[in-house]
Ligand binder design. Structure first.
Ligand SMILES: [Zn+2]
Length: 455
């Protein structure tokens, strides 16, 4: 529990931080019955091998792939003499990955089982077991020799091929029995070469919006984090409570519903859209991205009995981290450097006078020295930016790097565009934030949430 937003974003174990990896799923054309049977046989053998290896290494607590292979290769190889030998190799990798995460669960007390059950299977292939013929055909080595299958490539696939990504020599396949197709998981990699930023885009993630500060302009991208995050949280609780009453702990129905909920949640793409628009903007200007350092694992050890607002806070921290991770992942793809700064006092202090901003329960506050107005999230962004530039008042007296038009701009000092609130329905379709200026301004004046009506 508590890791619901991390599922699709958590970096894989042992992955090099300077390399980005993306999986692209390609389907094959329909395969004739006779040929497809060979794949069913192959999957059956592969599954048996993985099952045996998993039971063995869970019992012996072996998590090292090399050790597992050293101990079991010969024996397994002799059991399946017709199978290309590299399947034993990849099955060992597959099994040790499964056992590693199983032993971790066991250590946390999240499972009482002796060994993990092997339910879903994808066949792991290495460079000896599969070969791409051009871009539209793949050859797979099986117990019946090489079988060639036609692929249905798509736009995304070509995009990766044509934009400097390398196709890794390993892949995975799943069988779609109903359609008699293979589902092929191709892996693309790319080296990250971070550039030296000439400025920064400051990002402050909040419950209802993501505030973006770029070149002295602040944008509030309205999000639905609040509804989504809390919504899923309470729905999950309800399901758990209901099924705990009527059936045993690990009941199948409950598991199924929770899994569906998790999938639904994963599909929600708000954070990828936010990440996309921010990173694109940073990359266009040659800037880096500044984020708040939220600390480690905010959602872990979530206990349901702690005070409600504390719990709420933790759930949100987890959601904020999810957005940050999406930004970081996207940034790697575009070589955009990301830095983290301490979130301390970012919304409480006036970025110009270094004194307290008084809010009186509103999101608009007044500087206690200069009496100018600040929107909380904009002040936060400016402070993040100043910290990133090393001029947060604590170390340097000046604000290095802040030019005249980049200097902090409180509300009401200049034109209406110093704060632009953009509803999700609009920004999600935008290619660039510059495009918002003309489109949003009309609507913004009526629906302005940040400025007082007297301005
Ligand atoms: Zn001030």
């Amino acid at each position: 529990m508590g890791c619901f937003l991390q599922a699709s974003l958590a970096p894989t174990d042992g992955e090099d931080a300077s390399i980005v990896t993306r999986t692209v799923i390609v389907r094959s054309e329909r395969i004739p019955k006779k040929l497809f049977r060979f794949f069913i046989e192959l999957e059956g053998m592969y599954r048996n091998i993985v099952e045996q290896l998993v039971i063995y290494s869970a019992r012996e607590k072996i998590t090292s792939f090399i050790k597992l292979k050293a101990l079991k290769y010969r024996e397994t190889r002799n059991l399946y003499p017709h199978l290309p030998s590299h399947y034993v190799h990849t099955a060992c990798q597959d099994a040790s990955t499964r056992v590693k995460s199983f032993l971790k669960l066991k250590k946390e007390g999240s499972t009482k089982k002796e060994y993990p059950s092997v339910r879903r299977i994808s066949i792991w292939l290495d460079d000896h077991l599969c070969r791409l013929d051009g871009l539209t055909r793949i050859g797979i080595s099986t117990h019946r020799g090489w079988i060639h299958v036609d692929l249905i490539p798509h736009k995304q696939f070509y995009k990766y091929i044509n934009s400097g990504w390398r196709l890794a020599s390993e892949a995975r396949i799943k069988l779609d029995r109903k359609e008699r197709r293979l589902i092929i998981y191709l892996i693309f990699r790319r080296n990250v070469r971070l550039y030296k930023p000439s400025g920064y885009v400051a990002i402050d993630v909040n419950e209802n919006n993501v505030a973006v500060l770029i070149n002295g302009k602040a944008y509030l991208l309205e999000t639905n984090i609040e509804r989504i995050t809390l919504g899923y949280y309470y729905r999950r609780k309800r399901v758990q409570k209901k099924y705990d009453k009527i059936c045993s702990a690990g009941c199948r129905m409950k598991r199924k519903i929770l899994r569906k909920l998790r999938e639904e949640e994963r599909k929600d793409d708000t954070r990828w859209k936010v990440a996309n628009i921010i990173v694109r903007e940073a990359s266009k200007h040659g800037y880096g991205v500044v984020l708040e350092d939220l600390g480690d694992k905010p959602a872990e050890n979530m206990i349901s009995r702690i005070k409600d607002d504390q719990l709420r806070h933790r759930i949100f921290q987890a959601a904020f981290k999810g957005i940050q991770r999406a930004i970081e992942e996207k940034a790697k793809e575009h070589d955009v450097p990301v830095i983290y700064v301490s979130p301390r006092n970012t919304s409480k202090q006036c970025p110009m006078h270094r004194v307290e901003i008084r809010y009186n329960g509103s999101r608009i506050g007044v500087c206690s020295a200069g009496k100018e107005k600040w929107h909380r999230d904009v002040a936060a962004c400016y402070n993040l930016l100043l910290k990133a530039l090393g001029g947060d008042g604590s170390t340097a007296p000046s604000h290095p790097g802040l030019t005249l038009d980049g200097s902090p701009m409180p509300l009401g000092s200049t034109a209406a565009h110093d704060l632009t609130g953009i509803p999700r329905s609009l920004w999600a379709r935008l290619k660039s934030l510059d495009m918002t200026m003309n489109k949003v301004i009309g609507m913004n004046i009526q629906g302005q949430t940040a400025r007082g009506s007297q301005d």
